[in-house]
Design a protein around this ligand. Structure first.
Ligand code: ADP
Length: 975
């Protein structure tokens, strides 16, 4: 009840700051103008001789000077305390406002009672010594925890309701205690105590009314100046200090204070109203003296001059005080910066402790809290949470620990955002959102209760992790559906991890597999199932690669040391040589279902039917209906006995196209089934496609994009930069890449390490890494060229680059960032398909750079040296341990390049140019894209079509979407 009144009062003050401030200032000014500035105002020593105006004794002067200096020092310390909240000026200003306002208020009250305001000057040191800004700090802490202005008001109200009763009691106590002094018959003491009482009352009024309004206004102004950004640092510091320093008042002491106040009240009532009944109000008599009226005199100088003169000459103690105040102000403004450093350190320590706590509790699988289960559910309400967890200065005894608890997601998130996100282990753990980790110290509720909650409106989010795990175990929640049922991807992942850890019986086993802060919404239903985290892979950048006159910085995700550095060197050589030229010579993704007929003869009849141009057009018509982008370009049919393998070849826009081909082929087969009722469809994929397996058909016919890159490296660059000669390179290329691979019976492996570059770029850009099998097919050719055959002509021919810039893993934000880096993210709005072709060209160009560099290193015998330098972890290697010999190294998987050469020739590149027997028109103009101003056009369109694919909301492409989805489910089975 009492705290409700305080709360309402606090909320009113904080929500009407202007009204309160202007109102207070107006009232004060009016009251002052009534008495202070009237003609009858008397200023001690200026227009009358007062009692205090007489020369002070030497010893009195000393005491007064010391008291005043102490008061200034005390004030300085108070401001330092305020500064520990992380605010150099903000809170200082509001604290000063409070002191000034309470001083002015005291003056007003003195004047209202008809007292002598000049006496206040004497009382000033004592007044300052009574100032206690700790309560102001406490209220500020409440206010600074807020993120919105609305929260500022609520929090100030909460602070007032919490601090208000205590400060009221303290003020009453102080007034009564100091008031005892006014009962003495010592005139000076009486008057001092009287001023003391007034200043306590004024201080109280200022704190309760003026200060909350000022605080609210100042925070509002600061926030507006920061463009609405929350006072993050202050929030964090408020939290740290809250954790470390806040103590609640002891209820026993509060009790004693109340008893003491009651006793003192009796003393006062007895001495004022019973003993001295009928006397003139002692209070006002203390503030005025009749003697003064008798000593009026004419002022000798203007008031300002009087005060200045008095400050400089007459009152040496004021001068001391003034000098000290100036000194301390300078110190505060310019030399107290170490306070901030200390605070930053504390903040870091606190967040580290917090991270440790979080990761410990994650390991334990339980959260630490003592709240009852009822409270747990209740405390999801943010306000409730705050009431339970914010520190009160007035209530229970124990220091409230900064708890990892429900409803606390936002702050922790902000706190953690300030730390280094590059670290994937402990730090990543700290991004875990406590909101979803409901405490489980209480025994889990019964299965019936849990099921009831599960089926209620609140759903599983009201259950604790432990309860959800038991529901998963009892098969009420399918484990794979956790994310969807909880409607919280990260919590789903966390619970799955916990379940896994329980089976592993080793709590720390997944500590280094990060899981938080990941865009799981893109993963779910598209990229991965049963998710327990994500695998961070280092991404390096090679380049710039000068390709067709443009520069590209190529992202490569790899854990093989030397790879990026070597590719980079190749790029450098290429750039200095004028760059790479690339051509995309073919484009066609493939899918080849296998169908069976009753006999080989019947199969051959169907084959003939399919090779007829008109019939093919019928097939195309049916195929093309399945997508806006997939357009059938040809059919390649082979027969094996009574089996037919129909290889559908189609352009797929910017998508890699496997799903599209599957859909189209399925539709075409359905149409063929109508034509040939005896056709038995054995599988949508008959391995003649061929996906993710080494196959000559891909090498010969091509798959995806077929690209050739070429460059001429002048002799001087070969010699200076690559440290070898053209002739050595040409020789080595024949011996190794051509003869060596032929001897090995390789299919498409006529290169040094194309797979290295292909895979690294595939991982970085969200391609399907398993497709590196075919995509790495590459023929590297080198020959001497130019005048005197002194330069090197190098080319890489890659017939099967299966790449896309839309769909699959390209939708994931990090991967899409890498695509963006290359300028090929998403769908190419002007000409769908161009992005994917450019990506294929970039990959081929980078392969060429990698080939050039590695071949040069091999030729120059640099390989071993560079690997020793870059591809050896020095961790745990003892200083005196000798490095392995090169013969040792050649056995390591990373050092397999030092293979021997043989003399044999045998390879051909005309495979990729092979004519497709049937050529069909491609209509790619019907792609529709709308741009989003916040995203690059390419990414915008990628996201949109991805969203469409996910939500299935597009009318225009609903068929496409549905089939895309169906096929994506089947993808695994048919690849
Ligand atoms: P894939 O066929 O490579 O597996 P997906 O089927 O996962 O790729 O994603 C391709 C989706 O993107 C299709 O639904 C397609 O309609 C849509 N899309 C949007 N723009 C393009 C584009 N320029 N090229 C290809 N597909 C596009």
């Amino acid at each position: 009840m009492l705290s409700d009144i305080y709360h309402t009062h606090g909320y009113f003050c904080a929500s009407h700051p202007w009204e309160i401030i202007i109102g207070s200032v107006t009232v004060t000014t009016c009251l002052l103008s009534v008495s202070l500035f009237t003609a009858g105002s008397r200023i001690c020593g200026w227009n009358y001789v007062c009692e205090n105006d007489k020369e002070e004794e030497g010893s009195d002067l000393m005491i007064l000077t010391v008291t005043r200096c102490l008061a200034v020092m005390y004030l300085y310390l108070q401001f330092r305390n305020i500064r520990q909240l992380g605010s150099k000026y903000l809170l200082g200003i509001s604290g000063s406002l409070m002191i000034i306002s309470s001083f002015v208020l005291t003056a007003v009250i003195v004047k209202v009672f008809g007292g002598n305001i000049s006496g206040l000057g004497e009382a000033l040191p004592f007044f300052l010594l009574l100032v206690d800004l700790s309560k102001a700090c406490a209220l500020a802490q409440y206010a600074l925890k807020s993120k919105t202005q609305e929260e500022v008001q609520t929090n100030i109200a909460e602070g007032i309701s919490s601090i208000g009763p205590a400060i009221t009691l303290d003020s009453i106590c102080e007034v009564l205690v100091i008031g005892v002094g006014t009962l003495s018959d010592v005139k000076q003491l009486d008057s001092m105590c009287c001023y003391g009482c007034l200043s306590v009352v004024a201080h109280y009024l200022a704190f309760m009314v003026f200060y909350p309004a000022c605080l609210s206004l100042i925070i509002q102004i600061t926030r507006t100046r920061n463009n609405g950004r929350p006072l993050l640092q202050l929030q964090q510091l408020a939290r740290v200090l809250e954790k470390e320093e806040e103590k609640k008042p002891n209820p026993v002491i509060q009790h004693i204070k109340m008893i003491m106040s009651a006793g003192l009240m009796i003393v006062h009532i007895h001495s004022r109203f019973i003993t001295e009944e009928g006397e003139k109000s002692r209070f006002s008599s203390l503030l005025t003296t009749t003697e003064m009226l008798e000593r009026d005199r004419q002022p000798e100088m203007p008031l300002v001059q009087f005060y200045l003169l008095r400050l400089l000459t007459h009152h040496i103690d004021y001068t001391f005080m003034f000098v000290l105040a100036v000194f301390l102000t300078v110190k505060y403004v310019f030399y107290d910066d170490h306070i901030e450093e200390e605070l930053t350190r504390k903040l870091e320590e606190a967040s580290q402790t917090r991270r440790r706590e979080l990761s410990d509790s994650l390991r334990d699988g339980t959260s630490q809290t003592t709240e009852s289960m009822d409270n747990i559910v209740q405390s999801q309400d943010e306000t409730d949470f705050k009431q339970k967890n914010t520190v009160s200065f007035t209530q229970p005894t124990e220091t409230i620990e900064f708890k990892f608890s429900i409803g606390d997601d936002s702050d922790s998130e902000e706190e953690d955002k300030s730390s280094d996100k590059g670290v994937q282990t402990e730090n990543k753990m700290s991004h875990y959102k406590p909101l979803q980790r409901l405490p489980s110290l209480q025994p889990p509720r019964s299965m019936e209760q849990c099921l009831e909650i599960l089926n209620s409106d609140g759903g599983p989010s009201l259950l604790t992790d432990e309860e959800i795990i038991s529901l998963v175990k009892s098969r009420h929640i399918p484990a794979y559906k956790l994310e969807i049922m909880l409607n919280d991807f990260e919590r789903g992942v966390v619970i799955r991890r916990e379940m896994l850890l329980n089976t592993l019986k080793q709590s720390s086993v997944l500590d280094n597999l990060p899981y938080s802060d990941y865009a799981y919404e893109y993963v779910n239903g598209a990229c991965c199932e049963n998710v327990i985290g994500y695998m961070p892979v280092p991404v390096g950048v090679a380049g710039p690669l000068l390709l067709n006159g443009k520069l590209f910085h190529v992202p490569m995700a790899t854990t093989e040391g030397c790879l990026v550095a070597s590719t980079n060197r190749g790029c450098k050589a290429l750039e200095q040589s004028g760059g790479v030229t690339s051509v995309v010579i073919n484009d066609g993704m493939t899918r080849a279902p296998v169908v069976r007929f009753s006999s080989a003869k019947r199969a051959s009849e169907v084959k003939k039917w399919l090779e007829d141009k008109d019939n093919q057009n019928k097939v195309k018509e049916s195929f093309d209906t399945t997508s806006r982008f997939a357009r059938l370009t040809s059919l390649h049919i082979v027969q094996a006995g009574k089996l037919l393998y129909i290889r559908f070849i189609a352009v797929t826009g910017d998508a890699m196209g496997m799903n599209m081909l599957s859909k189209g082929s399925e539709k075409a087969l359905a149409m063929l089934s109508l034509e040939f009722a005896d056709m038995e469809i054995l599988s949508l994929s008959g391995n003649f496609c061929t996906d993710k397996k080494a196959a000559a058909v891909n090498w010969l016919e091509g798959r995806g994009k077929s690209v050739v890159c070429e460059a001429v490296i002048p002799a001087h660059i070969v010699e200076k930069l690559l440290k070898t000669t053209v002739q050595t390179l040409v020789d080595l290329n024949i011996s190794k890449n051509l003869v060596g691979s032929a001897m090995a019976g390789s299919i498409g492996g006529y290169n040094a390490h194309a797979a290295n570059i292909v895979t690294a770029i595939f991982i970085a850009t969200g391609q399907d890494p398993a497709q590196n099998v075919t995509s790495s097919n590459c023929l590297t050719l080198m020959e001497a060229t130019g005048e005197n055959n002194s330069d090197l002509l190098i080319s890489c021919t890659m017939p099967c680059l299966e790449v896309g810039t839309i769909g699959g893993g390209t939708v994931l934000p990090p991967q899409s960032a890498c695509l963006e880096m290359l300028g090929v993210c998403g769908s190419c709005a002007e000409n769908p398909g161009e992005n994917a072709k450019l990506l294929a060209s970039i990959i081929c160009g980078t392969v060429l750079a990698g080939e050039l560099s590695l071949m040069s290193a091999l030729a120059a015998g640099h390989l071993v040296r560079s690997h020793l330098k870059h591809n050896r972890s020095t961790v745990n290697v003892l200083p005196n341990q000798s490095l392995p010999s090169s013969s040792d190294m050649s056995q390591s998987p990373h050092h397999s390049h030092t293979d021997s050469s043989h003399k044999l020739l045998g390879c051909t590149i005309n495979a990729i140019n092979s004519d497709h027997s049937i050529s069909m028109s491609v209509d790619s103009n019907n792609a529709q894209t709308k741009s989003n101003p916040f995203l690059s056009p390419a990414c915008d369109s990628r996201r949109k079509s991805c969203d469409t694919t996910k939500s299935g909301k597009s009318n225009e492409n609903s068929n496409d979407v549905k089939l895309d989805k169906d096929c994506s489910n089947k993808k695994d089975k048919i690849s």
